[in-house]
Design a protein around this ligand. Structure first.
Ligand SMILES: CC(C)(COP(=O)(O)OP(=O)(O)OC[C@H]1O[C@@H](n2cnc3c(N)ncnc32)[C@H](O)[C@@H]1OP(=O)(O)O)[C@@H](O)C(=O)NCCC(=O)NCCS
Length: 159
């Protein structure tokens, strides 16, 4: 399957927010309350606000001009933080997530970051395998954390 990785553009924001809402609401590892909270942070208005911030990196994967994956992250004092990675369910397990994340890692490196950080639900098995495959290590467990749920805090040193 051929697809491109590109920065999120203003004209694609509605489609990206729709993919986020459609796909995120089906992730089985979060409570409904949590998913509604995350959806509220990824509306077109919110995405446009973040796009203007210098420390935010927002990329999409496109296949046949349609967005099939999203990767949103930002940098904080030398740490690249992966906020959300989400692949359309019809296109998972084909390496799209790996390519999007590799793009994020390279951008963080070129921006001078020494470390990457992300979190996920402790029972999100696809993402746990994904993090291990990308060389992340569990730095800690955040118990009863966001929306009262347990999260792994993952990290990887890149320099
Ligand atoms: C986690 C996610 C982003 C992975 O994206 P993807 O494009 O399917 O991942 P890739 O095809 O690049 O797979 C990379 C590696 O991840 C692991 N992986 C991905 N899906 C997996 C699955 N269903 N079962 C086991 N391992 C899996 C594997 O190690 C895989 O390597 P392999 O194909 O050589 O075995 C995707 O499952 C997703 O969008 N999930 C819903 C959103 C989410 O939970 N995001 C994480 C929190 S932000």
């Amino acid at each position: 399957m051929s697809y491109s990785i590109e920065p999120l553009k203003d004209r694609d924001v509605e489609e990206a927010a729709a993919l986020f809402k459609k796909t995120a609401m089906k992730i089985p590892y979060y409570t409904k309350k949590a998913l509604l909270g995350y959806a509220a942070e990824n509306t077109p208005t919110e995405l446009r606000r973040k796009m203007k911030l210098k420390n935010h990196m927002m990329h999409v994967a496109k296949h046949n001009r349609k967005i099939i994956g999203l990767d949103f992250g930002h940098t904080e004092y030398g740490v690249g933080v992966s906020d959300w990675m989400l692949i359309d369910s019809a296109h998972r397990h084909k390496g799209v997530g790996m390519r999007l994340f590799s793009n994020f890692e390279k951008k963080c490196y070129s921006m001078g970051c020494h470390k990457l950080q992300l979190d996920d639900r402790t029972n999100n098995k696809e993402d746990v395998y994904f993090c291990l495959k990308r060389g992340f290590k569990i730095e800690g467990i955040l118990k009863r954390h966001w929306f009262g749920q347990d999260y792994y805090l993952w990290s990887k040193y890149i320099r």
